[in-house]
Design a binder for this molecule. Structure first.
Ligand code: URA
Length: 432
């Protein structure tokens, strides 16, 4: 078999066999297939697509390209969730302790921020002492003992995805549905959980700009997971407007704690309850109504908040900072963004708002940049709200005063005003 022939076959629009896909993944990881050949095939896939069978075969081979976590020693049902990425998306911090407090075992590997989107590992590292790099043995031990553990991805989990993702990022081949689906699902399959709930975002802050594309991606990922023997569901949720009010690491921990303590009722809480209920439904085979009642009780009884504190302490994090979130890393400088008009907010471009938070220091512009945990944005108005000229739309926080002006400019460019109350995207579009 020659990679040259496989590239030519896909270039001409033909379907690859399972053996050809296996040959491509193996050769990419062992170095016998060169970067330029991998890139050529990825571009051919981008242009010609893949059938469902090819996408499933590619995902399974990518998952098997490195370590496959064995969670069979853990008693009870294991569950994982994954968000396709967004702005202000702190759902993992809320959903995982809710379901863990109900006895589901959460063994989760999370990522760092990518571009304008935040990452759970960066958020957790805002908490003093929190260790996101536990050994595999400690990871399993924590899941057994506390029912929950969240760490960064280990070195050898789906290495084929690491290679493909870096090349896609540099060659304009990220936005391709079979490649996104195989990238996400290969990591989820390798991470080992039996139940997987995907939070697929749509809108300006998401990879999928329309609900229809998000639905097609969801169906593809659910199909892959099911064929690989896992229980999978996808919740399609709005990311046209940032989720909740806080954007930035300490600010998002603070908001997650408010939801867990029952002090915050917002779009964020609704998305979290929907995700948690879908995990319980998959794990326990109950109706969605019963699952919803259970997760609401876990939140309102304080059980989820207590589980969150246990989880933070079990990975070395400071409980003082959770009980008093004013002790989390903060920002020396702040400024208000004032509304330039009287009118409704018709749209907020979530991607641009995410970029404004990166300018303030909440994310990385370059891979090696250090995050300013105290930096970020607190929104006071969201899409559909009316505001008066001079009223505060948001507060910007940073430890680098010279970023405030350009972040404010970027933030204001993200907002569209109008005289009429706009229609908002549906918060939960569909569950697949
Ligand atoms: N997230 C991933 O892990 N992979 C993609 O291709 C896109 C989003």
């Amino acid at each position: 078999m020659r990679i040259y022939d496989i590239i030519a076959k896909k270039r001409d629009g033909f379907e690859l066999t399972d053996e050809e896909i296996a040959f491509f993944v193996k050769g990419s990881v062992d170095g016998t297939i060169k970067d330029y050949q991998i890139t050529a095939l990825l571009m051919a896939i981008y242009l010609k697509g893949m059938t469902d069978r090819e996408t499933v075969a590619l995902t399974i081979k990518m998952a098997e390209s490195g370590d496959m976590l064995d969670l069979s020693g853990i008693d009870g049902v294991t569950a994982d969730k994954h968000s396709t990425g967004g702005v202000g998306d702190k759902t993992t911090l809320i959903v995982t302790p809710i379901v863990a407090s109900l006895g589901i075992k959460v063994a989760k590997m999370s990522g760092r921020g990518l571009g304008h989107t935040g990452g759970t590992i960066d958020k957790l590292e805002a908490i003093e002492g929190f260790d996101t790099a536990l050994s595999p043995a400690r990871f399993i031990e924590n899941v057994k003992k506390h029912g929950i553990c969240v760490v960064g991805q280990t070195g050898n989990l789906a290495p084929a995805d690491k290679i493909f993702y870096a090349l896609r990022d540099a060659t304009a081949t990220v936005g391709c549905m079979p490649l996104i689906a195989s990238s996400i699902m290969s990591k989820k399959l390798a991470a080992g959980s039996e139940c997987i709930v995907l939070d697929v975002k749509y809108g300006s802050g998401a990879f999928m700009k329309t609900a229809e594309d998000a639905e097609a991606l969801s169906k593809m990922m659910v199909d892959i997971g099911t064929k690989a023997g896992r229980k999978v569901a996808a919740v399609i949720s709005d990311m046209d407007t940032p989720l909740g009010f806080g954007i930035g690491n300490s600010l998002e921990i603070k908001e997650a704690v408010e939801v867990l303590k029952g002090e915050n009722v917002s779009d964020l809480k609704e998305v979290c309850l929907t995700l948690a209920a879908n995990i319980i439904k998959l794990a326990e085979g109950t109706t969605i109504e019963d699952a919803r009642t259970k997760v609401e009780t876990a939140l309102s009884s304080g059980a989820a908040y207590e589980k969150f504190k246990e989880f933070i302490a079990s990975q070395g994090g400071s409980i003082e900072q959770i009980e008093n979130t004013e002790l989390l890393p903060s920002a020396e400088f702040k400024s208000e963004v004032l509304s330039p008009y009287d009118g409704y907010i018709c749209r907020m471009n979530a991607e641009k708002i995410g970029s404004a938070s990166v300018i303030l220091g909440a994310g990385r512009e370059k891979k090696e940049d250090k995050i300013d945990f105290g930096a970020g944005i607190v929104l006071h108005k969201k899409t559909g709200d009316f505001c008066k000229k001079g009223e505060s739309l948001a507060t910007l926080y940073t430890n680098k005063a010279d970023t405030l002006k350009s972040a404010e400019k970027c933030f204001l460019e993200a907002i569209s005003f109008g005289e009429d109350e706009p229609n908002r995207n549906e918060l939960i579009y569909k569950v697949v």
